[in-house]
Design a protein around this ligand. Structure first.
Ligand code: DX5
Ligand code: ZN
Length: 219
């Protein structure tokens, strides 16, 4: 069952020297969730932020924190992100040996659990976990950096995932992350996405432009 489109701006593209203000501005501009990209310089070739920053940002918005963990191992840090204020915690299957256990850990902390699929990661990874997850994220770039180009081959994966979710009859968000802009957003939505992450396209031009940026992505 397809839901209304929700936008999750990624603060990776915000001004890191003023993150609290940036989160408030993008909230007021109409963000549905706040996407927080956590990178460890090991699972992906970039370093961003940890639970202390998530905790510091928590008072700045009531919107859900959509925390995308690009770290390996992820398990030792899940509780810290949950306590810091994450609402949805998404992990990559490659980040640990026991994906089902990792998902149960997230759920056990009372949080929504997601699985992120890299461009080369097959959809079949989630076959046996459809009953356990709240969100499936298709990476339309290789994780690690904002500002990359949308990988076209992922449209077929989004379509297949939409069919898989609808056939399951379960409520699972289908999120697409990477290279989303006014040209790619409608194509991802047409393929079946109901949640879009946007970094560059959401935060371009500074706070005065955020509302227009988000409105343009909604089409
Ligand atoms: C990439 C991150 C994305 C990224 C998206 O590793 O997971 O969330 O910030 O940035 P854009 O929208 O610029 O591709
Ligand atoms: Zn992300």
């Amino acid at each position: 069952m397809k839901q209304t489109l929700r936008l999750a701006p990624s603060i990776l593209s915000a001004d890191f020297s003023r993150l609290g203000e940036e989160v408030r501005a993008i909230d007021e501009a109409g963000a549905d969730l706040i996407h927080i990209d956590v990178m460890d310089g090991h699972f992906v070739p970039n370093l961003t932020l940890g639970p202390a920053v998530v905790h510091a940002l928590r008072p700045h918005t009531a919107k859900l924190f959509d925390v995308h963990l690009m770290i390996a191992p992820a398990d030792p840090f899940i509780e810290a992100f949950a306590k810091a204020g994450a609402d949805i915690i998404t992990v990559h299957p490659e980040s640990g040996p026991h994906l089902h256990r990792t998902i149960q850990t997230i759920k056990g902390l009372g949080k929504k659990a997601g699985i992120a699929l890299n461009p080369a990661t097959p959809l079949s990874v989630i076959d046996d976990l459809l009953g356990d997850i709240d969100l499936a994220l298709v990476m339309s770039v290789n994780p690690g950096f904002g500002g990359q180009s949308f990988i076209e081959s992922q449209l077929a994966k989004i379509k297949a995932l939409r069919n898989m979710i609808d056939a399951s009859g379960r409520v699972i968000d289908l999120e697409v992350d990477g290279g989303i802009n006014v040209e790619t957003a409608p194509r991802a939505i047409l393929a079946g996405a109901d949640m879009l992450v946007a970094g560059t396209a959401a935060f371009k031009g500074g706070a005065a432009h955020y509302a227009a940026n988000l409105a343009a992505l909604r089409g």
